[in-house]
Structures are given as C-alpha cells and as structure tokens.
Design a protein. Structure first.
Length: 288
C-alpha cells in the first residue's frame, strides 16, 4: 500500500499545481508539455535504461494508446472545467472508477470477496456524496460531451496502465519513457501549432512550472505502476484505493489550503471513503 500512498500524494500535488497555475495565469498546455520532457529526463536519471533497449523496443499499441490519451485527457479536463465547472468535472473523473472495476473483473480476472464488495459499495457512495455540489446553473446541450470524454478517458488510462504493468518484454521503467516520449511529441506539436499559427508566446515561466509538474507527475505514474505490479492479482484494489484516496486527500487539501466549503453530504462521503479503504485493505488479507 505504500506505493499507492506515494502515488496519491503525487496525484493530489499535481492537481494543486494545476489549480495554482490557473490562479497565476500559467499556460497550462505549455506547462504540461514541458512536464513530459522533465518526466523523461527523470526516468533516464534514476533508471539509466539502455539506449539500445529503447531504440529497438517494439512500440506496443498500449504505449501508443496511453501516450495519446495522457495529453488528450488533460485537454478534455480543461475544456470540461471551462464549460460545466470543476465540481461536475471531478464527478466525471472519479466515476471513471466504474470502468476500471469492470475491467478488473472481466479483463484481468480479479476475484471479489465480501470485504472487497463492501468496500467498493462504500467507495462508490463516498464518491457521489463527497463530490456533491448544489448548483443553480445546470449544464446544457453539447457541453456534456466534455465530462463524458473525461469519464471514458480516465477509465481507459487506468486500464492501459494496468496493461503496461503486465508487459514482461520491457522493464516498466523503460515503458514509462516510451509513454512519456509519445505524450511529449504530441503536446510539443500542439504548442508549436499555437505558437506559429495562433501567435501564442512561449514563456520561460511555463517551462519552469513544467519542471515542477513533471517531478510529481513522474512520481504519480511510477508508483501507480509499482502498486499494480505489487498487487498484480488485485487490480480493483489499486483502482479503488487510488480514486478514493485522492478524494480524501484532495478534499483535506481543499479545506485547509484553499478554504473550500464542504456541505454535510461531503463530510459523510469522507467518512464513507475512510470506511471503504479499511474494507478494501482488509480484503487483501481475508478470503471471505
């Protein structure tokens, strides 16, 4: 579980950095692009993969799919926040857990015991309660395409990370580099287009922010993959604990750092999330 705890911490830190980026008018697309460059550099520094190993590696469709989805879902996330708000976007992102859990059962042969089913039940309820917000401005029409893309995007990213963790032909550290490289190339093409065609300025501050973002994004993905490898027989545990853990820590950070207001249902959701994590953790050690 230690890998999951570190991954959750890094994931919430990335969200905090993106929120602060909007506040200080950082160009998020540029920061995200440089984040992948720094993630590649960190991978080379810490893991020292063989160049021949990387240049001769077969580019699996899993790497390609993940490399394309990572930057795309970041863009969908931004569009969803702009069109229907942060609260509804958060709901779409966290409810993508449904896709991950279905994949764990039907694709990866995960076994669900009583404790895990109870934990997942509490977890899904916690997600709905924790992310509930009152709103007087319902979204309309085509705006719902963005949260739908976020919902499916994050669900498929989780599935692809699980598949990357299962690949034996190449160390997962090298798999990370290939994935980051594909994401970087696509994002770089996007900012070049915006710089040349739309005359959008490339600024050094976005490069610096990308370095910090890359450090925590690298940690998030690395330890998420480590968790999948350590609990290879229980992917649903990783999927659920990651999502629920992010909700708990993210809510605490929102309350303490950004002075966000929670309603009574949100607090009930946090308690249910804690109960869910207890059940899911216990399910690792009991077969009932």
């Amino acid at each position: 579980m230690i890998y999951l705890i570190i991954s959750i911490f890094c994931s919430v830190t990335v969200a905090v950095l993106l929120k602060l980026a909007r506040r200080y008018k950082i160009n998020v697309l540029q920061a995200i692009t440089w984040n992948y460059l720094f993630a590649i550099a960190l991978s080379f520094f810490f893991f020292k993969p063989g160049i021949t190993e990387l240049t001769t590696a077969k580019i699996s469709p899993v790497y390609l799919g993940l490399g394309v989805l990572l930057p795309l879902v970041f863009w969908f996330l931004g569009a969803s926040v702009r069109n229907i708000g942060i609260a509804r976007t958060d709901i779409a992102q966290r409810l993508s857990l449904f896709i991950s859990i279905l994949a764990a059962y039907f694709l990866f042969g995960d076994q669900f015991n009583t404790l895990k089913i109870l934990g997942l039940g509490f977890g899904f309820t916690a997600i709905i309660f924790t992310l509930y917000r009152k709103s007087n401005t319902p979204a309309s029409g085509g705006n719902w395409i963005y949260p739908l893309l976020v919902f499916f995007g994050f669900g498929f990213i989780d599935i692809l990370f699980k598949q990357v963790a299962q690949i034996k032909d190449l160390p997962y550290t090298s798999s990370l580099i290939l994935t980051f490289a594909i994401s970087f190339i696509l994002s770089l093409l996007a900012i070049i287009y915006l710089a040349v065609i739309k005359k959008q300025k490339l600024e050094l501050i976005n490069f610096a922010c990308g370095a910090v973002l890359g450090l925590f994004n690298f940690g998030n993905i690395l330890f998420y993959l480590k968790a999948h490898r350590a609990m290879a027989e229980n992917p649903s545990t990783v999927f659920a604990a990651m999502n629920i853990g992010v909700i708990i820590l993210g809510s605490l950070v929102g309350i303490l750092l950004f002075k966000e207001k929670l309603n009574k249902l949100n607090y009930v959701g946090l308690v249910l999330a804690l109960i869910a994590i207890i059940f899911i953790t216990l399910s690792q050690f009991h077969a009932i």
